[in-house]
Design a protein. Sequence first.
Lengths: 158, 594
Amino acid sequence: MVKSCGLVVYFQYLNVLKSYRMPKPLHVYLIDDDSDDHDFFKLAIEGIDTDIECAFASSGDEALERLKDSGFKPDVIFLDINMRGMNGLEVLTEIRKLAHLDSAAVYMYSTSANERLKSTFISLGATGVIRKAANITLLKEMLLTLFQPCNSAADGSR
Amino acid sequence: MVQDNAISKKFPLNQPRDNGNFKMEISLRARPVFLGKVPATTKDYYRAAAVAAVLIIAFLVTIPEAGKPLTAYPTLIVVYDAFVLMVDLITAFLLFTQVGHVRERSLVVIGCGYLFTTVLIGAHGASFPDAFRQGTLIGGSQTTAWLWMGWHGLFPFFVGAYALLRYREADGAKRRFGYNRKAVRLSVAITILLAITAILVASKAEDLLPKLMEGNRYESPLTPLILATGWIAHLIALIILLWYTRLRRIIDLYLAITLLALVIDLALSAVFINARYELGFYLGRVYGLLAGCFVLSLLLRQTFSLYAKAVHLSQLLLESEEQLKGFNVTLESKVESRTIELKERKDELQIKNRQLQDTIAQLESFNYIASHDLQEPLRKIQTFADLLLQQSHGKETQSDYARKIHASSLRMSELIAGLFKYSGLSETEGDFELTDLNKVLENVKADLEIKIKETGAQIESGPLPSVRAIPSQMHQVFSNLITNAIKFSDKQPKITITSMSVKGKDIDSKKVDGGLTEKAFVALSFSDNGIGFDNRYSERIFQLCQQLHPRDKYAGTGIGLSIVEKIVQRHNGFVTAYGEKGNGATFVVYLPGK
């Protein structure tokens, strides 16, 4: 009987450890009309941490359709600036109208990012502007820098 | 212009210069001034001095022989009186004509003086003894002498008053006596009344007056005294005149001469002789008359010369008015033509400005494209190449990456080719000539024959006009628009091309500026039944490298419509788009018509 109790306690301990070890999964949403960029993103995130959940949208319209549903609450949104149809600026304005996404960080994602555009986007509610990297390694590093504070917030023990 | 005649020689005027700068200068001498105010010139002083000299010499010559008795011609005296009366009357009249214009009391006074003497002279003549068969007309033996005293004795007072008033109303004095017709008439009335009173006294009450004459002799001891007083009065008047007026005006000068003549007349006809009809008696009269006539003739001459100057001047004024009118008309027409010129320039500048703005916009978008849209495929090539090198992948993944690299490089070359075409449009790719758009359409249809057959596209068109354009560029426009219509279609494409004449104000585009509202344009409309587009992008689609649809569905560089816009702009035209999602699109190209 002592053995079964011990086992139960051990398993409980493992559970507790598990909950300490596992941080809350991070929801990331990429809105980009280029499917290759989706693939790059996927590769990069898999390289960092498999616990990050990543969703993709191929157009502003598609993204807004999904975001209007308050059940879908990504923590970080990456928004391509140059898209066909609705461009990044318009989508950003629409996102910031949705109340349930107020806590979400929105990063503008672009091939070129100049200072003038940066201030415009930030004044419209973007958290920042990120340049599209020329290889996966750089993308991984950039994402790590971004997600560090998020991780430590989710897991209080570190 | 001013005629070259005797008048203009006498009255020198500076000829108006004919360089368009109209200027008329009149020398001081030519300026007409009222007779009452004409200043005396050096020439006048010389003349007056000459006359005075003559008088004095004549007087001095006469003195020794003054007492020589001559035949009595009483009628001669009456005739003389008539003459002097006329002269004085005319002088008085001349002076009174000035009063209304010059407005000085001094003139009224001296006018009255002459009027006074006129009346008394008349009475004097009428009372002269032995002149009329029935006896004298007025009064008795003493009347004439007293009248003569009145006439000569009171005149100096008028002159003195004139001089004093002149002094008080100095030239340029601010206070002017307002022309009070009543006051003038009153003065005249008083003067005449005074004269008549004197006549009455002299004629009716001659017994009360001291005896002056005994027959024709100046008998009474009182006579020389009174005569001397009169004589001194004249001298004093002369001095006052000289002192207070400084003989500035011609009238002052002539009055002085008159006074001098009177002094001599008095001296000869009363002081140096004892009775009437002696030499001095006659000569005194003669000198007096001559002086009076001389003064009058000068006054009249002056009047007429002033009148001539005034006429001459008014003629000149009329001529200059005509000239001014002429200048005015010339000026106005010049201004008008200048304004038209300026307006044309302004329009030209506006067009140039718009072209410049367009060029700037194009350059800016071009720069942006180069830094952005070309970077994208390049980045992908780098990433995929990096991936290939970094990790070991399966053969399928490797082929996949290689294909993607290939696709991106293809895209880059497509973009570069399109951009090259776009930037090359500004070079003179041919000259403007009358282009038949129907032929252009035929050529384009021939070029796209294969595609048309593949898709079963139907292209319908109405009659198209001929326009001034670069044929090869028109070909490009038609080609791009028709290609788009065929490409962006999910069923059998049907394209309709029509043309219409419109005015600038009918064009629904913000790019049309105000100056072109009335300009004529040819509108070429390209309508299709394809997938259309959201109309809020109707202006964005013309921007360089802008695409609405996902690349996997509809391939393209996004440069085709930019090329169309650039060509149309170069032809000073406009292009607009209208679309409905799922319901086709219409593109209208506006080109300047005749």
